[in-house]
Design a binder for this molecule. Structure first.
Ligand code: GLV
Ligand code: MN
Ligand code: MN
Length: 411
């Protein structure tokens, strides 16, 4: 094989072009699962994969697989990939670097004359982001078999539409049980991603090698109080759903900050009220809460505390509470030999790297039980992510893609 050259100008042009496919006004990127923008984004990526001569397939939940067929098709493939869906008000690098960067890694290997023995497969996962259904990593959960078909069928978006509705919109075909991967289908999975944290930039490092992915969980709460006229309903005896929700949001902050673990993070990211009139007491409140930690024990204790406090607050305020645990996941431990392979590659290329824990979740969390898994992080400016000003430089992306290409060839 000749030396591997990453065409960063081409890759940056593709990242910029995908960022213009958005439900929002650029530079804001919003691509919610199976929205018109998400569908156009998927078509854009599929087209590039076809141009690279990859063989495309899609499963019943819309996960996309683009395969560079190896010379020995009896060997399990090596997989890479990430997501292109984007939360409201996002930037252009989260997930995308791991999809278009992986494609460029494959093209760079092709240009270097590498002949893969194992097939190399780029996976574009469906709905890593929880925006549509409140649950993250929908596609990889189904691939890993950790989301039951009953739970999948029960998923509803904020307008009450189910997964079946959205799969039709997405043009997906096939049966959901067929999505689950066989245990021996991949030799490894390596996801390239921006760090979404400040460590690499602060320490002037080029690469983070992920050893562990923190344990996420989330809750949905529907609060029903009693509405009424804001002038004529006197304060004693009010049953204001917003005020109960506000107390619950504070209880989330309290549980996270007093858990005893610096890694516990709690966020009330969605808080809607009805009827939403300035002169009307809120009769309904809807909250979605995100709670994570690197340690299960402190995460679970904080989760229980939030649930107990929510029940007590609602009882005291005369509010009806419906609380649903959407997901409570374990952390993922990455594969030690694969982590070592990434370390060796970085050492060989004289790239400054460190091992770290991912506080964000990723599809790799659900690939880890399926096959040996790790992630390659590149720095992002100020550790900023899930914001339009998210940024990694072309030079930083180029290094990440170079390392990924070496790994794909080495496994
Ligand atoms: C992924 O987007 C996360 O919220 O960690
Ligand atoms: Mn994200
Ligand atoms: Mn992501």
């Amino acid at each position: 094989m000749n030396s591997i050259t990453v065409d960063i100008e081409k890759l940056q042009r593709e990242i910029d072009a995908l960022a213009l496919i958005t439900e929002a006004t650029p530079p804001v990127v919003t691509r919610v699962l199976f929205s018109e923008a998400d569908l156009r984004g998927r078509a854009f990526v599929k087209n590039l994969c076809r141009e690279a001569g990859l063989v495309l397939r899609e499963d019943a939940v819309g996960n996309m697989f683009a395969r560079w067929v190896g010379t020995d098709q009896n060997l399990p493939a090596v997989a890479t990939g990430s997501h292109i869906d984007a939360i409201p008000n996002a930037g252009k690098y989260d997930g995308v670097v791991g999809v278009l960067g992986a494609l460029e890694a494959i093209r760079a290997l092709q240009a270097a004359g590498f002949q893969p023995q194992r097939s190399i497969e780029l996976i574009v996962f469906t709905a890593e982001e929880p925006t549509r259904f409140g649950i993250g990593c929908l596609g990889s959960r189904l691939l890993g078999g950790v989301l039951s078909l009953e739970r999948a069928a029960a998923l509803r978006d904020c307008a009450g539409r189910d997964l079946e509705f959205w799969l039709m919109q997405g043009g997906c075909a096939g049966s959901l049980p067929s999505v689950k991967l066989a245990g021996d289908c991949y030799a490894a999975f390596v996801e390239l991603h921006i760090e979404q944290g400040p460590l690499l930039e602060a320490e002037n490092l080029d690469i983070g090698i992920v050893e562990k992915i923190a344990a996420p969980s989330s809750l949905r709460l529907q609060l029903t109080g009693v509405g009424g006229h804001a002038g004529a309903t006197l304060m004693p005896g009010r049953r204001d759903a917003l005020l109960a929700g506000a107390e619950i949001a504070l209880a989330v902050e309290h549980a996270a900050t007093t858990s005893g673990s610096l890694d516990t993070v709690g966020t009330t990211g969605i808080f809607r009220i009805a009827p939403g009139a300035v002169n009307s007491v809120p009769c309904e409140a809807y909250l979605e809460i995100d709670l994570r930690d690197t340690q299960v024990a402190t995460r679970d204790a904080a989760l229980a505390q939030i649930e107990n406090r929510a029940a007590a607050i609602c009882q005291r305020r005369g509010i009806k509470l419906a609380l649903q645990r959407v997901n409570v996941d374990p952390p993922a431990i990455c594969n030690a030999p694969l982590v070592q392979t990434v370390e060796q590659v970085c050492h060989k290329l004289q790239i400054a790297a460190t091992k770290l824990t991912s506080h964000a979740y990723h599809d790799a969390l659900f690939m880890a039980p399926v096959c040996p898994t790790t992630m390659i992080f590149i720095p992002c400016r100020g550790g900023v992510s899930h914001r339009p000003d998210e940024y990694s430089s072309p030079a930083q992306i180029q290094i990440g893609v170079r390392v990924l290409a070496e790994i794909l060839a080495a496994v």
